[in-house]
Every structure is written in structure tokens, then in C-alpha cells.
Design a protein around this ligand. Structure first.
Ligand code: MRU
Length: 368
């Protein structure tokens, strides 16, 4: 996607030919800065501190982190160490495990001397696969938007609500929930996006609004609690969100607050679709509420807000009494029964175990 007319991905190989560059998402929207990753520690810190974030990008960064670890030491013990250090960075997005398993499985039978080149190639494949996958999600999701547009008056907007950032910054390119949005915009369909600010870290305000603005997509930033009101008043035609982990029965774990939007959508008859690559399906679990590990993050994310100060500096302000106890679960689970459909790279399917299995397990798209 474009940043001031220049095409970017969220992760790429530096001009030196071996190290990895990422956009520092902790600085957006106030500063566009590129961070260079040169070793395993750099990659772990980037994921843990959310320099990079979003399930698919976490997976791609982990893959490149594994490759960087191999550059230093391609031994069996270094492979194990790289796996466990990267695995511990963030617990909820299952793409992390998927990418690490894929790297480990393709490297373990190789002689140590062959591992560096192979890891580099495999990490690149993971990144490319993500871009292709998201394009396919976009093509399928575009049909949903077209159907809604067909029921509108000429020139009338299709109003889409999204939560958090499931945009190109959360993936390698295109995004998941934003891929249909960008494709609809590129096709000339009038759309307007309601962007949930997404407390506590405000990925909607800082990242989604930034992305959409750079692509000239009409949007309004809203507080997280406004969605229900907008839906009651017929101001939302469609909800599109992403997923950090989808169970084999179709429960979706995504950024905290997604569940409340799904409830409001159900109550108001608003279609609620989850856009997800099959890499976010965790075939080992069924009950999202009971089985997905929900990340709990530092309380300062809630008691403070990061932004641009009047001096122009980027800083934090405290919004709660000093010492206030904070609970900060970063994700929640939307049960499959609240989901209109899953927009995947293969097709739009019902959020059910049988549909997920028949789409991804019984044909050549088995990516587990
Ligand atoms: O904590 P984050 O910013 O990594 O959470 C990101 C989300 O919840 C996204 O909606 C999800 O990863 C889907 S991204 C395509």
C-alpha cells in the first residue's frame, strides 16, 4: 500500500540484502520511522513491544527472526532457542506458532550449513503467501460490499465498521478486514469506514485511520462505545473485523471489544463478517472462550494514553489516579453463533466446524 505515493509493505529486506526492515508502529501516526532488525533479539523485542503487531505480521516477523537466529548459529540447539524465545513474545495470535512450526519443520532435516539460505527463502515465502492470501480475501469480501452497494441509491455510501487494525500494517500487505475495503474503493464503490479507536492502545485511531487516510478512503474515527448507537440508527451496513486465532468450530478471538460489536450487530441485524487467513485457524482447539490464551498486558496501557504533546513530542499522559489497579485483557472471543460468515482466502464460509474442515482440511488448501 502507498505511503505518500511510495509503495510499502510492513516488512521487507534491507538494501544490505540480509537484514530486515519494519515500520515502527509504536511511532505512528505521528512519525514514520523504519526499524532495522539484525538478530533474534531485535525480532523478539519488535514483536513483544508491538513495533510490529497484528497476527499475520507477527507470524512473518517471527519467521524472519528465526532466519536471523540461523545466521548467527544454525545448530540444533540454536533452532530450539529461537523457537522458544520467539514463541514467548506474544501468546494469542496463532500465526506465530504456525510460522515457527513451518520454519522448524523445513529446517530440522537439513545440515546446519544449509539452514540459513533455506530459512531466508522460507520466511520470504511466508511473507508472499500472506500478500496473496489477503488479496484473495479482498476479492471474496468485495462481493459482499458489492451486494450491499447494489441495494443503495446511486452514490450512496456503504458504511463499514471495523475494529482495531486488521489493515495492511497488521499483515504484510492489503490487510485482512481492509482488503475488501481497499478493493471496493479502488473499484469506485462509495464507501465510508467507521474506525473504532480501539482502546487501550488505539490501533484504530493511530493505524487504521492513518492507513485509510493515505489511501484516500473516506472514514470517521469513533469512540469504541459508539458502534451500538450507529447500528441502532441504521448507520452501519456491515462490520468487517480480523482474527488473531479462530478455533476449528469458528469462534474468533480478536482485539478486545470485538465481541461487544458482534452482539450489537446481532441485535440490529447488521452482517458481521470476520476476514481471516487460514493461518489463523487453530485446529487444536474448539471452544474459544475456554481455550484461547488471552494476553494480559501492562496496566499503563490503560492508565495512560500515548499521543503527540503540544510541544510536538510523542509522549504519554496519565488519565487515572496514581496507583489505580488496572485489568488489561488484550483480546476477547466472539462465539461462532454471532458471526455471519468467515471471509477466507478460499471462500466465504459459515463459521462452523464442518465448513471450516471441508474448506481447509479435505482439499489441497490444508495449510496447518
Ligand atoms: O494487539 P494487536 O495490535 O496485535 O491486535 C491486532 C488485532 O487484534 C487484529 O485485529 C488481528 O491481529 C487481525 S490482523 C489482520
Amino acid at each position: 500500500m502507498n505511503v505518500d505515493g511510495v509503495a510499502y509493505r510492513s516488512i521487507w529486506i534491507n538494501d544490505d540484502g540480509w537484514s530486515i526492515d519494519v515500520i515502527d508502529q509504536t511511532r505512528l501516526p505521528h512519525a514514520f520511522e523504519v526499524r532495522n532488525l539484525q538478530n533474534l533479539g531485535d525480532a523478539c523485542i519488535a514483536i513483544r513491544d508491538m513495533v510490529v503487531r497484528g497476527a499475520p505480521l507477527i507470524g512473518a516477523t517471527a519467521a524472519y527472526g528465526y532466519y536471523l537466529a540461523m545466521r548467527k548459529d544454525p545448530s540444533d540447539s540454536a533452532m530450539q532457542n529461537a523457537y522458544s524465545r520467539l514463541f514467548q513474545t506474544r501468546p494469542t495470535a496463532v500465526n506465530l506458532r504456525w510460522a515457527l512450526d513451518r520454519l522448524r519443520d523445513c529446517l530440522e532435516s537439513l545440515a546446519p550449513g544449509e539452514r540459513i539460505d533455506r530459512a531466508f527463502v522460507e520466511a520470504g515465502r511466508i511473507a508472499e503467501l500472506d500478500v496473496e492470501t489477503n488479496q484473495s480475501i479482498g476479492i471474496h469480501g468485495l462481493e459482499v460490499i458489492k451486494q450491499i452497494a447494489a441495494r443503495k441509491l446511486p452514490g450512496e455510501n456503504v458504511n463499514i465498521l471495523t475494529h482495531c487494525n486488521a489493515g495492511w500494517l497488521a499483515t504484510v500487505d492489503w490487510g485482512t478486514a481492509t482488503a475488501p475495503i481497499y478493493m471496493a474503493h479502488n473499484a469506485g464503490i462509495p464507501i465510508h469506514v467507521w474506525v473504532d479507536e480501539t482502546r487501550p492502545r488505539n490501533q484504530g485511531a493511530s493505524l487504521t485511520a492513518w492507513e485509510l487516510g493515505h489511501h484516500d478512503v473516506s472514514h470517521s474515527l469513533i469512540v469504541d462505545n459508539l458502534g451500538g448507537h450507529l447500528m441502532q440508527h441504521g448507520m452501519v451496513d456491515l462490520c468487517l473485523v480480523g482474527s488473531d486465532r479462530t478455533t476449528r468450530s469458528g469462534d474468533v478471538c480478536n482485539k478486545v471489544g470485538t465481541y461487544l460489536k458482534a452482539l450489537a450487530a446481532k441485535d440490529n441485524g447488521v452482517p458481521f463478517y470476520v476476514c481471516l487467513p487460514s493461518t489463523t485457524i487453530d485446529w487444536t482447539i474448539s471452544d474459544g472462550k475456554e481455550e484461547v490464551p488471552i494476553e494480559q498486558r501492562d496496566g499503563t496501557e490503560v492508565s495512560q494514553v500515548m499521543g503527540k504533546l503540544p510541544s510536538g513530542e510523542i509522549g504519554h499522559v496519565t488519565i487515572a489516579p496514581e496507583g489505580t489497579e488496572v485489568t488489561n485483557y488484550a483480546f476477547d472471543v466472539t462465539p461462532a453463533r454471532l458471526i455471519t460468515g468467515l471471509i477466507t482466502e478460499a471462500a466465504i464460509i459459515e463459521a462452523t466446524e464442518s465448513k471450516l474442515a471441508s474448506t481447509f482440511r479435505e482439499n489441497s488448501l490444508d495449510l496447518t
